[in-house]
Design a protein around this ligand. Sequence first.
Ligand code: UD1
Length: 424
Amino acid sequence: MDYLQIEGNHNLSGSVTISGAKNAALPLIAMTILAKNSVLLGNLPNVVDVRVLIKLLVMLGANSIDKDKNTIEINTNDINNTKVVYDIVRKMRASILLLGPLLARFGKCQVSLPGGCAIGARPVDLHIKAMQNMGAKIQIKNGYINATAPKGLKGSNIIFDKITVTGTENVIMAATLAKGKTTIINPAKEPEVIQLCDVLKQNGVDISGQGSDEITIIGTDGELINIADISIIPDRIEAGTYLCAGAITNSTITIKNIIPKHLEAILNKLKEIGFNINIDKDSITIFKSKELNAFELTTSEYPGFPTDMQAQFMALATQCKGVSTIKERLFENRFMHVNELQRLGANISLLGNVANINGKTNLIGADVMATDLRASSALVLAGLVASGETKIHRIYHLDRGYEKIEDKLSKIGVHIKRFKNDRV
Ligand code: UD1
């Protein structure tokens, strides 16, 4: 297994180009199941999660051609198998995104239950209930969701008790091929959900209300759709992580190829800490600040502060003066980075889903272990300001969602190297 070694305490400068959003790419790859043509996906982030989902589609019989390292063409006409096996779902929970489109197109599928997950229980009950509401018969057997709808899915009213991103996306895709009208009440409003809706709408699907509290979709009654070329939106979480790299080292850096509106909650928090920020059409510059102030944040659904940025802001809090408070509202066990940050010398106390971080602390380099995708990026950020060397192990978590992270960080002045043969 690879590990990363970072030499801390260097000033950063320059710019980073942000890749396409992993969380937008995954549902759009799943959506190719609804297409009658070959679909070209551009600005695709070349990260492990994306590769895994494409491999999964190929295992089901789809064809994929790499046009270049960030563009792929997927054709799902030859899918002849609808079983999504445990071995893949266990590695990537987002494989659940195949449930809706497979069931809608083929009238049956088997999708492994995701099982335990590092950041909490993360059940899929809302996905299952929604498919049942749309007329599917569902049986849970041998760890699999066995779903059938021999006569196709029916449009229905889906009321989500809890806002779920991939749950909303699954229903949107299922409803696209269903018979009649589906109304989703309390859907997710994340930009990645909006892009999925926008792509369907641009290709003739009758869909409205995305971004509001109610989405309406009129299904095609099984008729597949022609989908024109797609360019995936920029990754707001990758963008936020690089802004935090500028913030934690108190350096001036620019991030490029972004949609500033998607970063509002993150930018507001950085301003509250004391940073001046310049926003252009598709780039943002964060300037070094005289003083970094402690802050409070609570994670929330979009447009609130994203849970996927919580760990990175905890690393940043170690460099802010005073006690910062971070409340995690979405995932009960998403504090696994706390122990590792403490190994670097962070002063953090945890009570239930609230962490208090007492700063500023002079962090000292150590061996630390990545535990999930965003926790790993928090450790990289902490390594940027820890004296001496920080070695981050189990970075396969990082590779799931950050494209070329060492190249991008090196370019702005980080002393970082990847080593093979992780022996720890
Ligand atoms: C997506 C994102 C992930 C992000 C999360 C929250 C993708 C591929 N992943 O994950 O990066 O951290 O949104 O913004 O887009 N829940 C249930 N039952 C369900 C489904 C969800 O109780 O059937 C709960 C979850 O346990 C969690 C909350 O709902 O507490 C939100 O989860 P959800 O939005 O579904 O997360 P994902 O879609 O898995």
